[in-house]
Design a protein around this ligand. Sequence first.
Ligand code: PMP
Length: 382
Amino acid sequence: MVRRSDVPMKKQPFDMRALIRPDLLELPGYVSIVPTDVLAERLGIAESQVLKLDGNENPFGPSPRALAAIADERSYHIYPDPDQRRVREALAGHLDTDIERIVCGLGSDDLIDLILRAVILHGDGVINCSPTFGMYPFSTEIAGGRVIDVPRLESFGLDVEAIEKAASNAKLIFVASPNNPTGQRMSPDELERLLDTGLLVVVDEAYIEFAGVHGSPASAVSLVRERENLVVLRTFSKWAGLAGLRAGYGVMSPVLASVLMTIKQPYNLNVAAGTAMVAALEDRALLDERACIITGTRERLAVLLDEIPWIATYPSEANFLLCRLDGIDAVEVKDRLAKRGIFVRHFDSARLRNHLRISVGLEEHNAPVIAALKEIGAELGR
Ligand code: PMP
């Protein structure tokens, strides 16, 4: 007699895909930028020969005080403060707001994700004003939300009327101001109208330090006390040159802030990032000066680009310029720049197909970029 236990059981192969959320299996990944060493290796050139103008990073790097503070810090073997007390206190002083309104994260990307996790139930609508920063729709979908696209106008300004119409089907709206990749800020009037819709309005000020005259425009942070449905996101990635450390924060209602502090990973802000943020704030005069130099370089680069007959730039209040290319293929130009060690950003979307975004580097970077573009134009018969 053959006993049941003697019959070899045929093991079913474990179906991992059946386990995973079906919507995540279909999700197109976020198209991120590639670090300098990888770009250099791909090209077979030294890292020092790469001109990286694709990530809106700060060409000056971190402030000397931040670098010294990271080197002097002695508590890397100890977990960071889950309450982020020192950093939040420093930020509250810097912004003239209350510590209870501030939450820090691994870049502002972390705050985008946290806010969505706190408020979005499956299928809730989130308004996205394309073209804009790709993390808003990406994180919305991961959180199970539904992206409601309200495209920007021909001028790339917000279509506030269309947003007002869409608001009844949505819970939240993201607006980058200045917007990435188009460069313009929204007006105080537009912000007022968005807030009046009753949506949670997340204003992303990643580039605010490069806006206005001498880098000191009116930030929406001062409105957060009056407007319960306003959240302002800021980052140390651009102004403070700390993109690699991942250091950002949000200013918001204490009710929302307290929930984000509860649901965040307890040690999300690492010791090096926290230390560098505090030191960078102490070095803010130097960082403001650098932002000012970058905006000056931006204006001179725009003039030089606009002198090239097949390029037209859009006015920018950020540390990059969006360029429209006429009668010449943008991907071809991008690839030919890359072969010369110059990296710029192209977006695969219908409205930006013939556009390139060029981050502003140091003043001395303008000439090689312009020379390369002129050479490429000649190669392509322009
Ligand atoms: N917001 C906008 C509009 C951005 O362009 C970026 C980065 N490119 C971010 C947020 C993310 O910044 P962080 O490095 O602070 O995550």
